[in-house]
Design a binder for this molecule. Sequence first.
Ligand code: NDP
Ligand code: MG
Length: 388
Amino acid sequence: MDRPLRIAILGSTGSIGQQTLDVVRRYPQQLSVVALAAHQNESLLLEQVRAFRPRVACLTGRREWNVTYQGTRFLWGAEALTEVVTLPEVDIVVAAMSGNDGFRPLIEAIRAGKQIALANKESLVMAGTLVTQEADRAGCSLRPVDSEHSAIWQCLQGEERDAIASLSLTASGGPFRTWSTMELAMATPEQALRHPTWSMGQKITIDSATLINKGLEIIEAHWLFRIPYSQIHVLIHPQSVVHSFVQFRDGSLKAQLGTPDMRLPIAYALSWPERWDMVAPPVDLVQVQALSFSAPDEDRFPLLRLARAAGEWGGTAPTVLCAADEVAVQAFLGGRLSWWQLHEVVEKVVMRLGTREAPSLEDILEADRASRSYASELVEHFSRHAVR
Ligand code: NDP
Ligand code: MG
């Protein structure tokens, strides 16, 4: 590349956002930051502005934001993300904000012809048809940042789609991999936030503990690689060294391995089709000693089963699932729901709201709204009748 790739990061103050900036710091010839956006964390965003001097900085959680810094324009409010993702200077948008709010700016970035490094799986889960249609229309490739999908993407380089027999997503199993159903009833947010192998934002860490994250990743893989659900499998792999693999029709299996370090998939999404030197230390297989795999237990982790079903159901079912989960996870983190109540809220909302086929943008936004509203009602009900 003769000039640096110019990037905009949505969610720059989060776990993925900060690791993306870490990659930028280490590859200054290859990358330059044009825009940074976050929601509320003003102090960290300002620190990032001073370090990276972007043209634009945006805080979506503000009604106004009166700061000045030479060379940077300051924007506020969710609407300002439109300007961030459509800036003519931006080549690639790193979609690293959390939650369903990532959907609108993602669509706008695609329509503006930007390349996308996609971490925000929620937007693909909630509106897979629309996002992929828009991406096809714009000739935009969605470059996965999620480690499993990056692994599959790497395994598929140079391969024909019809040579694929199946995809297998690996899951660490989270902090509760060996807990019984009874023990899970007492699980606290602090315990759920103690992920054994990855350090991530709170929402995805809880999602990894319930395994709904892996279910969302099944849906994400379905849309990214256009593979039927029946050909997407999940395997528990506690070491998190094999990041996923592809089974080919001839009987060969290709896997991608590495240390569990998100800077690897982030850098690959930015460097593709090249690879940069020494992004992360190579994995030491002698030290790892053994790699183990087992089937997930969907009785102890029922949201994995539910998420797959919602994906297969299609239409707005995944939208409803995702929105209900967001509400339930926040309530669990806030101590308003117990572990199994979190599950009950998501299940009840998905069952009650069902699906709407071939949804329009309005249908998706309406399903998202209805799901949040019903989930909040249930949270309210549970916390009013809490016997804990
Ligand atoms: P974090 O919670 O650490 O960070 C979220 C980021 O998004 C913060 O910068 C936050 O800003 C910003 N944000 C939240 N809401 C808004 C909004 N409405 N408008 C603008 N910015 C917003 O999350 P993660 O970095 O862990 O995850 C980000 C995404 O990446 C998620 O979709 C997750 O599923 C996905 N992902 C994450 C992985 C990881 O290892 N962390 C792995 C694979 C996927 P502020 O801090 O100011 O509130
Ligand atoms: Mg993942």
